[in-house]
Design a protein around this ligand. Structure first.
Ligand SMILES: [Zn+2]
Length: 575
């Protein structure tokens, strides 16, 4: 009898008795044979075949062992010798992702490219009241500087505002600046900058919290738009081999979009949510420097409610997210020593406020994710986690530093000591023009030499969970693995890699995208490795990335993605 496992906690099945009625451990719905299975499990690192029942793996072994489990109605999938790995987890991204009604500016290299893409989009979307988009980098603009005139030259009749690829800053045209009522007399808001030219006039560029001045004028995105975007981006993610994702700043208003997809049974990914910690000012904006009043247990009621609502296995909420600083590229990442050219960035919190806030969530059992890029911010995050554990007498919370790009070397051992996860992004080490011409020069050679080095976290014994920070960067894990392994651009530059001491092995990179990701969401007993009893989340790849030259990883395709026993993506060439 074919069966589908009820999508509720396994213990509930035991209680209701439906476990026995449906005998999930016995009947193989599908068996996958003739494969090259990399299980990630120490006891049995390699296998040829596995059997799936409902949403679970029921056996992993040799072709002979697994074929013996086949019932008359069991479907047999021939893997044709291909590599199978656990489903990829992206431990830091942002769903539902870019609106399908925004201009994508990733990959622009010149001002001409930028203007062309903007004007093409404007022509194709004549009824949009605002033109918004994101993905540009400073290196495309003369003197690495953006200005409203570059947009005015192509669009002046409608307001335009486009975000830099990190999302921490953006710039608009004169119309947008005018609608927002920004003039030479407008002061900087707390934690933000309105960029002004030599004549004191706003240039159209806004950094950090100053972006709110523009955002509040842009018509809010509809839930319908979010739902459309969710469906489209889930398809793309499944095609990239992703089966689980950690949303790293869930908008409180977006939950109905995910619930709608769950009710319609169209989820192709497992989602872990992390709404912003209090005080939340706007969507994803940094909190105020100083707490207006100390938080209390009562303030956490909405978070507890969400945690009760989202208990898995597809929608789960155990974490919250805070933001301690900005980015290196905008010189807003908080550093102990000045950037080359001056400034030490903006820490968004004072240590004492941060300690108390983190401790409150820690006490309530939440995992706290803190965006911290500069060494000062990373240090503050670790201090807060240490404070919380001491004050509450808690352990095993698996709090996380998000990005952790430029740590103090002396802080590295604290990750393991405190059980803090390094949630890093492999593609941040891609040595493109922005990294080589803006990021690295701002840090200077000493700090740049260990920036976005995944090796230093591995050497320090930290659990390192890889993510993409998509919508900002692409979420495809295979190019990210290539980058972590080579520290070269897809074109192979610079030869030997950018600070090659930071390179890691393919095995390590894969582990950060699978087993370590599952650990980071407390799911290591459920998934992240391919063993009997685990969820049937796995990916079939066109090449054995563990044995081919690294450059070939870029030519490797995802052939099949299975999440919870169901195919969420299947390449046309896969039987
Ligand atoms: Zn992010």
């Amino acid at each position: 009898m074919r069966r589908t496992l009820c999508p509720v906690a396994f213990t509930a099945l035991l209680v209701s008795g439906c476990l026995f009625a449906q005998t999930p451990a016995q009947h193989a719905d599908r068996i996958f044979v003739n494969g090259n299975i990399w299980t990630e499990a120490e006891a049995q690192p390699r296998a040829q075949a596995l059997a799936v029942s409902g949403d679970k793996i029921i056996a992993v072994g040799s072709d002979q062992e697994i074929k013996a489990l086949a019932a008359p109605d069991t479907a047999i999938v021939n893997l044709e010798g291909h590599l199978v790995v656990p489903g990829f987890q992206d431990s830091h991204l942002h769903f539902p992702g870019r609106s399908v009604n925004e201009v994508d500016l990733h990959g622009i290299e010149t001002l001409k490219d930028f203007q062309q893409r903007l004007s093409d989009f404007a022509r194709a979307h004549p009824s949009l009241p605002w033109i918004t988009g994101h993905g540009w980098g400073y290196s495309a603009f003369p003197n690495q500087t953006v200005d409203k005139k570059y947009i005015d030259e192509v669009i002046s009749d409608r307001p335009v505002y486009v975000l830099e690829r990190d999302g921490h800053m953006g710039f608009g045209n004169s119309k947008a600046v005018q609608i927002a009522g920004i003039t030479s007399a407008t002061p900087d808001p707390p934690n933000g900058h309105i960029m002004k030219g030599r004549n004191g006039e706003p240039t159209g560029e806004f950094k950090e919290a100053a972006q709110q001045l523009i955002f509040r004028k842009i018509p809010p995105r509809t839930l319908e738009d979010e739902y459309e975007s969710l469906l489209q981006h889930m398809d793309e993610a499944a095609a990239a081999g992703l089966t689980s994702v950690q949303d790293a700043f869930t908008n409180m208003k977006s939950f109905p979009v995910f619930e709608r997809a769950a009710a319609a049974n169209v989820l192709k990914l497992r989602f872990h949510f992390a709404p912003g910690i209090l005080p939340v000012e706007g969507d994803g904006a940094p909190p105020k420097h100083k707490l207006a009043k100390p938080l209390t247990d009562a303030d956490l009621a909405p978070y507890r409610k969400l945690r009760e609502t989202f208990q898995g296995p597809l929608l789960t909420l155990i974490a919250v997210k805070g933001v301690l600083d900005g980015t290196v590229d905008a010189r807003t990442a908080a550093m102990f020593e000045p950037y080359v050219g001056g400034g030490t960035g903006i820490p968004f919190w004072e240590q004492d406020d941060l300690n108390k806030t983190v401790a409150l969530y820690d006490k309530e059992g939440f995992q706290v994710m803190l965006h911290a890029i500069g060494d000062k911010a990373i240090n503050m995050a670790l201090n807060a986690f240490e404070y919380a554990a001491k004050t509450n007498g808690t352990s095993g919370r698996r709090h996380r530093v998000e990005h952790g790009e430029v740590p103090l070397l002396s802080d590295l051992p604290r990750f393991k000591q405190l059980g803090v996860i390094a949630s890093t992004q492999a593609m941040f080490a891609n040595p493109d023009a922005t990294v080589l011409e803006n990021f690295a020069p701002l840090l200077g050679p000493e700090r740049a030499s260990h920036a976005d080095s995944f090796k230093i976290y591995d050497d320090a014994g930290a659990v390192q969970a890889f993510g993409s920070d998509w919508g900002v960067f692409p979420f495809e894990p295979l190019p990210a693995i290539y980058c972590a392994v080579t520290r070269m651009t897809p074109e192979g530059a610079p030869p030997g890699g950018w600070y090659p001491a930071g390179r890691i092995s393919v095995e390590a990179a894969l582990r950060h995208f699978t087993r370590d990701g599952a650990y980071a969401t407390f799911d290591e007993k459920e998934r992240g490795t391919l063993t009997a009893g685990k969820l049937a989340d796995f990916v079939v790849l066109s090449k054995d990335i563990l044995s081919i030259p690294p450059a070939e990883i870029l030519n490797t395709k995802v052939l099949l993605t299975v999440m919870g026993g169901k195919d969420t993506y299947r390449d046309n060439n896969f039987p």
